[in-house]
Design a protein around this ligand. Sequence first.
Ligand code: HEC
Length: 151
Amino acid sequence: MVKRYSAERKALAVALTMAGLLTAGSLALAHTDTRHASISEAKWKAPKRADKIRNPTKMTAANIAAGKAIFNTNCVMCHGVHGNGNGTAGAFLSVKPADFRKASFWKQGEGAIFWKLSNGKSPMPAFRDKLSRHKRWQVIDYMASAFKPKS
Ligand code: HEC
């Protein structure tokens, strides 16, 4: 228990360092983007074709564990340990990071989630070149297992 906690703390520290680097750039962009976003496109939508993208990974313990490590390094600083958008860096962003615990978030389907994760939308970074397809699916497997509400 204690060991797991300190591992998470360590991951968080790494994440925060990265977030510092990321947000410096993102914030500058976000600043110019936000006003537009709130007027013309309140909600971020993936294109229709994204619905056809299927998750090739299985929700195995190994994929979920790998996804958790990816999430803690790359996402937790904005989206928070509980996936509710309360990450430390997220608090400084002009657009609030999504809350992955909401049923409405999962309604869009994993293909759309994969598309958004790959393409990003300032201040949310694009992960197409940062994480392999496999890793992007593993992080979605983890998010589904940890945050998706059980219906
Ligand atoms: C620099 C902060 C930041 C980081 C790092 C970040 N995100 Fe985000 N993310 C955001 C913000 C802000 C939004 C909301 C963007 C909007 O709605 O315009 C968002 C939105 C999203 C969405 C779409 C939410 C919706 O409502 O459909 C997904 C999916 C997502 N993030 C996944 C991830 C994953 C997975 C990672 C890590 C691999 C990650 N994000 C890393 C800031 C971040």
